[in-house]
Design a protein around this ligand. Structure first.
Ligand code: AMZ
Length: 282
């Protein structure tokens, strides 16, 4: 493969919201939450300043089906100086259109893609560029409703590659593959599973769950995941300062600067609370 074809995998920082706070869950379990004392918009600005092009925002309360973080998501869409992908609790075409009008570059459908796929198909008919489908796999099946349920859906929902193939053919702009058992564990992503999904989907595929070290990113960058995976979502690894966003970016781009940038970028998470309004960057 020539170098031009080896577009680097894009690191995508995640902001998961619960009750307006920035949190991380362990394997998606609600009672295993870590809250981080950062303001969501300041965090987004921090990631943008470190070179992020995209932000993955999850409204966890929306995903669990009780309320949501609409105001905070709205603030992020209005203020964040980067492309935002919004996930969690989007169950209607109307909500999809509302988020797109509010500035979401992509909107992610999880539960409703399994329970009522016609809703997602209608969104694709209206506005295909913004539709991403989440393929969240738990115990080998697609998980819905906050990853609590793995009820039998249609036949294609019994495997992530089959679901990926379906949504790729139906015109989704992207699919996001998360291995629930890995999420929040820092023990390494399910690269093999993601590759199967990417091959089947034939549309940009993003991997989420389990990245815990720059070595995990180096392994991805050196593997056949390039150029099949377009992005990798980073959550706990950034919040627990296993590495900085700048290091992740450099590592996936194949630059030695993954280490050299360490001390510069190390401050990134800590200064999130202190950062001023947009435009007041150092
Ligand atoms: O952590 C969880 N328990 C969780 C989570 N992160 N549950 C759902 N989600 C994410 C999915 C997807 O991006 O990965 O929420 C989105 C799906 O939401 P919904 O409401 O469409 O199923």
């Amino acid at each position: 493969m020539n170098d031009a074809a080896r577009a680097p995998i894009l690191p995508i920082p995640a902001i998961d919201l619960s009750g307006g706070r920035v949190v991380r869950l362990f394997r998606g379990e609600r009672d295993r939450e870590t809250a981080y004392p950062v303001r969501p918009v300041a965090m987004a600005e921090e990631f943008a300043a470190a070179g992020a092009a995209w932000l993955h925002v999850v409204d966890l309360d929306g995903a669990f089906g009780d309320g949501g973080n609409r105001d905070t998501v709205g603030e992020l869409l209005a203020a964040a100086p980067l492309a935002v992908q919004v996930a969690g609790g989007v169950r209607t075409v109307r909500e999809y259109a509302r988020l797109r009008e509010a500035g979401a570059a992509r909107v992610v459908f999880g539960t409703i893609a399994v329970e009522a796929p016609e809703v997602v198909e209608e969104a694709i008919r209206l506005d295909p560029d913004g539709v991403a489908v989440a393929l969240d796999v738990k115990g080998g099946r697609l998980a819905t409703r906050g990853w609590v349920e793995t009820a039998a859906g249609p036949a294609w929902a019994s495997s992530a590659p089959a679901a990926a193939r379906r949504w790729g053919r139906r015109g989704a702009a992207a699919v996001i593959y998360t291995r629930v058992e890995k999420d929040g564990t820092l023990e390494g992503p399910d690269e093999a599973g993601a590759l199967k999904v990417a091959r089947a989907a034939g549309v940009p595929t993003i991997l989420a769950g389990g990245v815990g070290s720059l070595d995990h990113l180096r392994a991805l960058a050196a593997s056949e995941a390039v150029p099949r995976l377009s992005g990798v979502i980073l959550g706990r690894s950034l919040y627990d300062r296993r590495f900085t966003f700048a290091e992740a970016l450099a590592t996936l781009a194949g630059q030695a600067g993954g280490d050299a940038g360490a001390s510069r970028g190390r401050r990134a998470m800590g200064s999130g609370c202190r950062r001023g309004p947009r435009g007041s960057r150092r």
